[in-house]
Design a protein. Structure first.
Length: 190
């Protein structure tokens, strides 16, 4: 029996985006992120991080360093009573390695998670702060939530969304706001 999930981008969604994070000690949760994830946990919703990590393809970090950063994020969430159920990341970048089907906006990570964890993509949500997050969610058949970021970055996101013909189902300013909307949508469909 399949179940819905919430797919979450990592950088700029759960943790502060440090642009090419290579040091696990620099992992820092965004304000309210743990609370949002905890609310999903308490509602029994499967949570999955799906993250592009081109720092590996660029030679800036090893997979072990990315794994350590993911573990640090998980530790920080757990310290606040929250947890992520599954973590997927794509180490590739088309300019530095081979192209793949997992790098967002491709839906590969979402499809893999759905297959491995019996997830209902149509009943699921993709939450992120970049156009590629929305693209991956649309391609996988989920509903999508865009977290608006810094003003200078928001214009870039809007241009990319328009270029790719993407419209998020909801725009919010934080994971907490996304979770509130998601829980309301799930309640309506129950």
């Amino acid at each position: 029996m399949t179940r819905p999930a919430v797919f979450l981008d990592r950088d700029g969604t759960i943790i502060v985006d440090k642009m090419h994070l290579t040091d696990p000690r620099a992992v820092e949760l965004l304000p309210g992120a743990a609370e949002g994830v905890r609310r999903l946990n308490e509602a029994g919703i499967f949570t999955v991080v799906v993250s592009n990590q081109a720092v590996v393809a660029r030679g800036m970090a090893s997979k072990e360093m990315v794994d350590a950063a993911m573990a640090k994020m998980q530790d920080q969430l757990e310290a606040e009573g929250a947890h992520i159920d599954a973590i997927y990341y794509c180490p590739d970048h088309p300019d530095f390695s081979t192209s793949c089907e997992c790098r967002k906006p491709a839906p590969g990570m979402l499809l893999q998670a759905a297959e491995e964890h019996d997830l209902d993509l149509e009943g699921s949500f993709m939450v992120g702060d970049w156009w590629a997050d929305i693209g991956a969610g649309v391609a996988a058949g989920t509903r999508t939530v865009l977290i608006s970021g810094a003003v200078e970055g928001e214009a870039k996101v809007d241009v990319k969304l328009e270029e790719h013909g993407l419209v998020p189902d909801k725009r919010v300013t934080s994971v907490n706001e996304a979770v509130k909307w998601i829980l309301a949508m799930i309640d309506k469909s129950s």
